[in-house]
Structure formats: structure tokens, C-alpha cells
Design a protein around this ligand. Structure first.
Ligand code: ZN
Length: 419
């Protein structure tokens, strides 16, 4: 006993010196400890230890392993703290403890100089949740929580999920609304979880609560909603500003990345809108322009720039309203264009058998793709055929019109305009 205690104290002193300089000062300051050790060789170990404790370690208790290693624990520590201080595997397989050779309960408070022996078993069930209240050290508490987190994951997911879903229902949200593809990543990020199962597991083992998680999800959903509203508002503003400043140097609003240069020759639609960067362009149905046609643009509300042929009846100056003057913009054909543009044609002819067939044959030999074709017989013996053809430019379109004009009985082929 004496030998153990002496060795233990020396070891402890050395250990404390290791932490030393920040807590307890330099070796010289321990001169008196060395003297104490020399002078007290014959006193009772327990008494000696308690003297030392009063002087140095008021908030700690230090105890021994059966091998004489010293362990420093918070005062009030129990065998549970001791076991987890040795190793989490020792704590997790603990089935009992002996102090100074006697069995003790788990809530036994260790005293200075106790020799503690942990009994373990491979078939131990693992820590009980009650242990969290019995241990004094954060180390033991954390290791016990870790065990519940890991060993009981499946169980935690099931209980966590049930708690989460009931809380979600309470908040009048559905699981589907938060698991939508565009929402879920934001929510998991906000909750700092990789997956929903991780969240359920965390709720299950007590790392977080369902109520806290749902509150954070509600915040995040509201933030996402606001963000979406802001985006929509910004898009509307961009359109509005373009309307006000059609000749400005850039179509981008402040704070956005600068749009492509005005003089760009590249465009997704084959149309360059003067004064605006890349913007949404659509071709007006009334006149279906193709490359080569002189064109003009009109900034619509919310649907980008509508491109008409300059000779479209809908864009003639007498039809333009003065208050919309700023919305008419210059547009031109870019060098890079789409492979095909759809345009509408109307054919009038004397009605006869096989007229429609001949029209279809003519288009086929001209290698023109037809997206729509409808024929109508009129009571006066005439027929009209409306069609939508796809051509690469005006020259190709004129060739097609010529071919159609050569069909027997055809007296007019015109491009659609102004309807
Ligand atoms: Zn038009």
C-alpha cells in the first residue's frame, strides 16, 4: 500500500508537471513537494494524499488503478467516470466496480487514494441512460452519448422520425414540401445534416429536438420563399429598366454580373437587341420573321422582346402608342443563327383534286420541313392552304414560294402578316 501510494503520488506529481507551466508553475515551485515527499515517507498514504489534495487539488479527486497508475477525476466522480477515463471500451462494457477490494454501486463517490477496479464483460449491454446523471465528468457524459448515437442508430432513427413528423404536422407542414429537390439541400445545410436519417438519429439520441429542428426548417422555408419573391421582383425590375433605358450601355441591373457586350455577334436566337445584353427573344406569330427580313423589337411585359418584321401591320408607326414609345427597340440578325426558323405561308388556288397532295410534294422536293398544314375548300370553288414551314433564311423561303407558285391552279402565295 505504501509503495503503491508513493509511486502513485510521484506519478501524479510528474503528470501535473507535464501540464505544468500553464497551471501550476515551474519545477522550482515544486521544491517543497519534493521535500514533503522526502519527509513524509513513513506517514499513512491516505493522510498524506489528503494533505496534498488540500493544497493543490481542491476540485479534483485522484484515485489509483490496481496497477498503481493515478487518475485525476472531478470531485464527486463515480466508478463510471473512472471507467470512461481509462477507455470508452472499458466504460461501455462495465458490469460492476470494486473500490479497495469491495464491490460498490455505480453512484459510489470516489475518495482520494481509492484503488478502483472496473469489472467488464463482453456480453455487457452497454451503458444505461441513468449513467448520464451519475457521472461527473464531461468526458464520461460525452462518451456515453456517443455510444447511444452509434449503437442505437436504427432505433434512434425510428423514434426521431416519429417525433419529427408529429412536430411537422403540428407546424402544418408536410414532409413532401420539405423533401422537394429544390428545397431539401437548403434544409439539410441549415440543420447541418447530411441526410434526413442523420437528423432523425440526432433527434432520437437527444443531440437535438424535433421542435428545434422544425422551427429552423420553418425559418429556412420562409427565407427561401422571400428569396424567390425577390428574384421575381428583380426580374420584373430588369424588364422595367430596359423599357426606360433601351439605349443604355448594358441590360444588366447593378449588382448583377455584367451581361454580354452590346456589340456581341452571338445570340441564342439569332437576334441582337440593341442596348440589351442577352435577353429573352420570341418571334411574333403575326408575321413570323426569318433571317433576311428587316425586323423591329417590342419589349413586352414579362415575356422579353417580341420580334416582328418591319413591314408587319402591327408595328406600323400609326399603330404605336405614344406612351409605349420607349419600348420599341432596334433589333438585328446576328451572325450565328438557329438552323431553322418557323414561318407561316398562305396559299390560294382554284380547288381541284390532289391540290393538297401536289403542295405536299412540292415542299418535299424542296426539302422543306413542314410543321403544320391545313387545307380548306371555299364555296366559291377556291381553296386555301395554310402551312408552317421551317427555313434557314429569307432566300430559302423565296425559293419555296416560287415552287408553290408554279403548282397548277395556284394564284397567290403570301406570307402571313398582321393577324
Ligand atoms: Zn408582326
Amino acid at each position: 500500500m505504501h509503495q503503491t501510494a508513493e509511486y502513485g503520488i510521484a506519478a501524479h506529481w510528474k503528470y501535473k508537471q507535464g501540464l505544468a507551466n500553464k497551471n501550476l508553475g515551474t519545477e522550482q515551485e515544486f521544491e517543497w513537494v519534493r521535500k514533503l515527499l522526502e519527509g513524509q515517507q513513513d506517514t499513512d498514504a491516505e493522510e498524506f494524499v489528503s494533505t496534498l489534495k488540500v493544497d493543490l487539488f481542491a476540485d479534483e479527486v485522484f484515485v489509483f488503478t490496481p496497477n498503481g497508475d493515478v487518475k485525476s477525476l472531478p470531485s464527486g466522480a463515480t466508478p463510471i467516470d473512472f471507467a470512461y477515463n481509462i477507455h470508452s471500451a472499458v466504460g461501455n462494457t462495465m458490469v460492476g466496480a470494486r473500490v479497495n477490494g469491495r464491490m460498490v454501486p455505480y453512484d459510489y463517490q470516489l475518495s482520494n487514494g481509492d484503488i478502483v477496479e472496473v469489472l467488464t464483460s463482453k456480453s455487457a449491454k452497454g451503458p444505461s441512460r441513468d449513467w448520464l446523471a451519475l457521472c461527473k465528468s464531461n468526458e464520461a457524459r460525452n462518451k456515453i452519448r456517443q455510444w447511444f448515437k452509434k449503437e442505437r442508430r436504427e432505433e434512434n432513427i425510428v423514434t426521431g422520425r416519429a417525433a419529427f413528423e408529429s412536430e411537422l404536422k403540428h407546424a402544418k407542414m408536410t414532409l413532401a414540401s420539405i423533401t422537394a429537390d429544390e428545397v431539401l439541400p437548403h434544409i439539410l445545410h441549415k440543420l447541418r445534416c447530411g441526410t434526413l436519417d442523420e437528423l432523425y438519429a440526432a433527434i432520437g439520441y437527444g443531440g437535438t429536438t424535433a421542435a428545434k429542428s422544425v422551427a429552423r426548417i420553418r425559418d429556412e422555408m420562409q427565407r427561401l420563399g422571400r428569396l424567390q419573391a425577390e428574384k421575381a421582383a428583380a426580374a420584373a425590375r430588369t424588364t422595367a429598366e430596359s423599357v426606360i433605358m433601351p439605349g443604355s450601355a448594358s441590360g444588366s441591373t447593378p449588382g448583377e454580373a455584367p451581361g454580354p457586350a452590346v456589340k456581341t455577334r452571338h445570340s441564342d436566337t439569332g437576334i441582337i437587341v440593341e442596348g440589351l445584353g442577352n435577353c429573352l427573344v420570341k418571334f411574333a406569330k403575326c408575321c413570323t420573321p426569318v433571317p433576311g427580313d428587316p425586323v423591329v423589337g417590342f419589349i413586352t411585359r414579362g415575356y422579353g422582346v417580341s420580334v416582328h418584321r418591319s413591314d408587319c401591320p402591327n408595328v406600323q408607326p400609326e399603330k404605336r402608342r405614344p406612351e409605349e414609345a420607349a419600348r420599341w427597340v432596334k433589333v438585328s440578325w446576328a451572325e450565328s443563327k438557329l438552323p431553322n426558323y418557323k414561318t407561316s405561308l398562305e396559299l390560294s388556288a382554284k380547288d381541284r383534286d390532289n391540290l393538297t397532295l401536289d403542295v405536299a410534294m412540292a415542299l418535299s422536293t424542296a426539302k422543306v420541313k413542314v410543321s403544320a398544314l391545313s387545307a380548306r375548300s371555299l364555296p366559291d370553288g377556291h381553296a386555301t392552304i395554310s402551312m408552317v414551314v421551317e427555313v434557314k433564311d429569307k432566300a430559302e423561303l423565296e425559293g419555296v414560294i416560287n415552287k408553290l407558285n408554279n403548282i397548277q391552279g395556284v394564284f397567290l402565295v403570301s406570307r402571313a402578316s398582321g393577324k
